[in-house]
Design a protein around this ligand. Structure first.
Ligand SMILES: Cc1ncc(COP(=O)(O)O)c(C=O)c1O
Length: 268
């Protein structure tokens, strides 16, 4: 049987690599679960009764664009958390977990060519595998930007060549980052949006760890968008209840994007 080679050049997924690294070592000390990264804490106690109360609705397909109540609740959260004014009608897209959105947004928004060349998709390294899978699916070139101790665990924006930025269609930012836990300061976010404006690319901000912090809430891209006055079409933010509310099984995520990008992703 002929199988597609589309995904065979992707770097091996982190978990098999980790397994291979650990395989040769005899276990010692208290085991630490380093598997898929499931929440270690219970989800809010009122979720179960609410689901039971609404169980009849599970017999129907939900609307593609989510219910007005859900979109309004997401817009209210964005306003409370980031002071961002987001129209729930045109800029919010509920998702079955953010992962499907990470992939679909790439399909919907990565052009076939950028300035006459194969587009670049920039992403931190290490990275969440779906970033590279999405880029491979649309035939874009993935560029892995080191996010190591030397770069403060975030891609070094000064290390990017202007010619590469001109060819960039999508820049993936994960802040707070997985797996390093680095938080991009506001200045970094503003600068990145400035680069997006100057070089005409979209920032895909994976912020699913935004509510996991000790002291001050990490800044988010929606704040940077409001402060810099950048075009809302320059940014797609992804979030979900999987980490913040310990509910990965619920598959409740969302994207906030410009009206045009929201329409494009929704129609896919
Ligand atoms: C960095 C990152 N982004 C996105 C996701 C996807 O989360 P979900 O689809 O549950 O919202 C995960 C899940 O582990 C993740 O670690």
């Amino acid at each position: 049987m002929a199988l597609t080679e589309r995904f065979s050049n992707l770097p091996e997924y982190a978990f098999p690599r980790l397994r291979a690294l650990l395989d040769g070592h005899a276990p010692g000390g208290t085991p630490l679960s380093m598997s898929i990264g499931e929440p270690m804490h219970p989800f809010p106690h009122w979720v179960g009764p609410l689901i039971a109360e609404r169980q009849a609705e599970f017999g129907r397909y939900p609307p593609n664009e989510g219910t007005p109540e859900l979109r309004a609740a997401i817009a209210d959260w964005a306003a409370r958390r980031y002071g961002a004014v987001v129209d729930p009608e045109t800029r919010i897209l509920p998702l079955n977990g953010s992962r499907e959105g990470l992939f679909n947004a790439c399909l919907a928004l990565c052009p076939e060519t950028k300035r006459g060349a194969r587009p670049l998709v920039l992403m931190p390294n290490p990275f969440y595998q779906v970033y590279a899978v999405g880029a491979a699916a649309v035939g874009a070139e993935s560029r892995y930007l080191p996010a190591t101790a030397e770069t403060g665990f975030l891609p070094d924006l000064d290390a990017l060549a202007p010619a590469d930025l001109d060819r960039t269609a999508i820049f993936w930012l994960c802040s707070p980052s997985n797996p390093q836990g680095a938080v991009a300061p506001r200045g970094y976010l503003d600068r990145l949006l400035g680069l997006a404006e100057r070089h005409d690319f979209i920032v895909f901000a994976d912020e699913c760890y935004s509510e996991i912090y000790r002291d001050a809430p990490p800044p988010g891209m929606l704040e940077a968008l409001a402060a810099t006055g950048a075009d809302p079409e320059r940014l797609v933010v992804f979030n979900s209840l999987s980490k913040r509310s310990n509910l990965p099984g619920l598959r409740a995520g969302f994207a906030i994007a410009g009206p045009e990008a929201t329409r494009e992703i929704r129609s896919g």
